[in-house]
Structures are given as C-alpha cells and as structure tokens.
Design a protein. Sequence first.
Length: 566
Amino acid sequence: MELQSYKITQGKDRAPARSYLKSIGYTDEDLKKPIIGIANTWIGTMPCNYNLREFAVDVARGIRQAGGTPMEFNTIAISDGITMGTQGMKTSLVSREIIADSIELVARGHMFDGIVALVACDKTIPGAVMALLRLNVPSVVLYGGTILPGKYKGKDITIQDVFEAVGANAAGRLSDDELLAIENAACPGPGACGGQYTANTMATVMEFIGLSPMGLNSIPQVDARKHDAARKCGEIVMNAVRQNIRPRDIVTRDAIDNAIASVAASGGSTNAVLHLLAFAREAGVPLEIEDFQELSSRTPLLADLLPAGRYTAADVDKAGGIPVIAKRLFDGGYLKADALTVTGKALRQQLQSVTETPGQMVIRPLDNPIKKSGGLVILKGSLAPEGAVIKVTGINRMSQTGPARVFENEESAMQAVLTGRIRAGDIVVIRYEGPRGGPGMREMLGVTSAIVGEGLSETVALITDGRFSGATRGFMVGHIAPEAAVGGPIAAIREGDSITIDIQSREINLNISSQELSNRLKDLKLPEPQYRSGVMAKYAALVGSASDGAITSQLHLGQNMTRPGW
C-alpha cells in the first residue's frame, strides 16, 4: 500500500510530528499503519446524532482489529427539526457546505489514508459525501440510524404528527392538552426523524449508491446491533484501503441512477434531488434535474412509508431492511446491478443473501406497487424555467389552478395559515427563500404541516423557491428556479394572479402573457441582501441555483448577480 499518511509520520524530518502524536498515546507501530480518520458529526443539540460518540468507539475498534490506526475528529451539525420555522433554519443547507469543507480540510491537513464518516441528521450525510468525493481516499459512510416511533393512543407517531398537530390546534380541532401529549410522546429517544424523511431517504441512497454497506443503515440508532455495524465499517474501510477502492470509483452515473431509483421507490424526500445533483458535480458525473423525472417515471413506488404512507423507518428494518427494497428493484430490472460498492463487491453480489421478513407489509411486491411510477415529479414552465420539484406520494389530484396568495417570507405565510386567512383553492406563494435569497433555502415543514393540520391539504397548494422537509406531504412545489432573489419569474407574481400546476403535463405556469411577465421582471425592485458579512453573506455570494444542487463553487461567481453586494 502507498500510504499518504507517511508524508506526515515517516522519516527523520517528521520527528516533531511523531513527538506530538506520541504525546497523546500513539506509538511508532501505530504510525506505520494506515491512518483512518473517523469524521464524526456527533453533537449534543439534537437526538439525530446523539449516539454517534459511542459508535465512533466501535468504528475505532474495527479499524484496529483490521490493522489500522484510527484518529477521530468532529464537524458541525444543524437540526432541521429544531430550527424549523425560525431564522435558524437558514443555516441548515449552509451547514452542508461547511460540513463538506471542514471534513475536506482536516483530511487534507492530516493526510488520512481512509475515512469513516458517521452521519445522521439531514445535511451531515450529503456534506460528508461531498467531502469524500473531493478527497477521493477510500471511505465508508455509516448512518447513525432512525429514531423509534412514539406511541399515542395506541398508534405509532413521529415528529410529523407534532408539526401537523400545531395546525390542528390553531384550527381548534385539537386541544392544548392533546397537543402537549403528542409533543411528549413523538420522540422516545435518540435517532433521526422516523419516517422516510430526508435523513432516512439519504441513508437509503447511501446503500444504493454503494458508499454504505448494504443492511447497516436501516438498523435503528438505539438497537444494540448498531454497535457491531459500526465495528464492521472499521473493517470495511481497511479492506477498501488495501484494495484502493475510492469514492469516485463507486459514485458513477450508474450508481447515481440506482440512488435516484431508491428515492422514487421509497417515496423519499425532494431534498435528494439537491443532494444527488451536488454529488454528481463533486464526482464530475453528468446529471441534470430532468434525469430525475425520467428515472422516477419508470420506477414503481413500493415502500408504504411516512409521510404519505402507513409505516415508519423502523418498520423497514423489521421488514428486512433497505436491502429488501434493493432486491425488489433488482428483481424487476430497475437497477444497474454491476455498480461497484465500498465492500469491493458489485451491487448484485450484495443482494444475494437478502432476508425478507415473512408476511411484512411495508415494502410491496413488484406486482402490487403503491403506484406504477415513483414519488418525484420535475415541473417546468413559465414560473420555473430551470425546474421545480413536487413529491406526489399521497396526492390524489393531478392539477390545481387558483389565485396566488403571495408572501415574501415563511413567517408571514405561517401567520396567514394559523389565523385562517388561507382559503380552499388558494395557491400559497412563498418567495425570497431560495439558496441565495434566504439565504439558505429554508424548509417549509411548519407551513405545510399547518396547512394539513388546518384541514386544507386537499384544496390548497403551496409553491416556493425554498425547500421542504422530507416529512412534508400535500400539493407542495419547491426548489422553483430561478429563485426570486436573482429575478426569477416567481418574483413577478402578484396577489390574486392565476397559477396552474399540472402534474400530468409536468408544468407550472403563471397565467399571464409572456409580454406581461417580461415587463414585470424588467420593473422588479429586489430587496437588499439580509446579510452583509459572515458565513451567510459568503454563502449567498457563492451559491448556485437549486436546479444545479445549490452548491458553492467558483464557477458561480459572476452568475445571477443582479445587484451590488452579490
């Protein structure tokens, strides 16, 4: 093995470095072995990442047993659920870039020979993967695991029920005592949000794309089996180092197609569109937003999971885990099964010993899908020339035309919903919440859940240049691009304008003439940037369109900058 860590640890001139490392317990023998970084996203501010400290110990044990030397380091994490509905939520997508940058910096600085990334809450997964693709050293990703469902009146509940209970309480359909009881019951211990929301969607993606070993991510965080899963990842990364299996060998276009199929089949989060586009850019793999439509259209929806289905993420584990979903798609010919995985085996080889629980009802058979096509639909039209995304799991209607109810930020829209100012047939428009305009492209779970809780989900639509939580359900269109802050058409909508959203034709249009739209856009007076300094201003200056993954790159400098300060 050619170990890049030797540039730091070996040779007479490296005596000072070795002296430092010996002061914290490393020996000469340790420093001759491959140095494996454990990138830990543990943080004490939320349940999602709470047990990752313990799993890092298990990973380190596996690395040592397999002949390596572990070195653990931390990065940041932001809780989407806790910050939801506040200005703090703007930091969530920004954190993806900082997680990627910080892992990249530590690994470049210390010249690790391999990396195990311990991830959980939404942005830690894609942030870690983006860094691993930049570094391109042998790497493994392990998801900390889902939370177990809570219990309320004999029914499994998740954080989704709490958000929707807020709207029901505001509408007078739920008492204060019932709201508190749901709040107290929904999250019984550590783990990431318990449906096929963004974290569990991306955990599924990791197994399909090949960076996580099949069968380990769906184990819940509090399950004792997770400790052995972590230890195994230590062994697997050492095997990857010896075989020189690198992330860019794994994350090919075939692997990304498999990942998109997993999102479609599992009814996964729209955030996967952003993150997979970002992966493709980091890996140098051609991928466009339209490709999601083509792959989703031909992939059946098989997993009956929240937010639109009946079961929680923990039920996937009981059914046999993510490999059962993969085996279904493999059997149906929906996967590129020769794609390489981090184990050194092709995906098809990892699916030879899948064990499905007899009688499970979570993952449908191929001949009885929930829908014949997947959960993602890409819309384009006069309102979204670069594209927009809607998740259609659980949606019965195929179109809506209605008057625009225009709000310049999430808070004002939320207030309108909670005070009964949104009526059946309305199309709520929330703008200036995109990657650059927010900045940070906030999720709208508070507003979307309030609409559901108010009993309006079957009659009200919502569109935004922001994002949605994986827990969002209903007729909700996000990622509208170009965003309002760069003069996208969403900025030209006026109160009462007619908007049409048509899923069948995959269009979203503002029902005014092209000349009128052009005149309005010429006359736009865009608001001043909210941040003039610090990380948020830096992000706003660098971030690109949601249709390109909302990544920060020098390639975006000078593009879409319509006013001083950007």
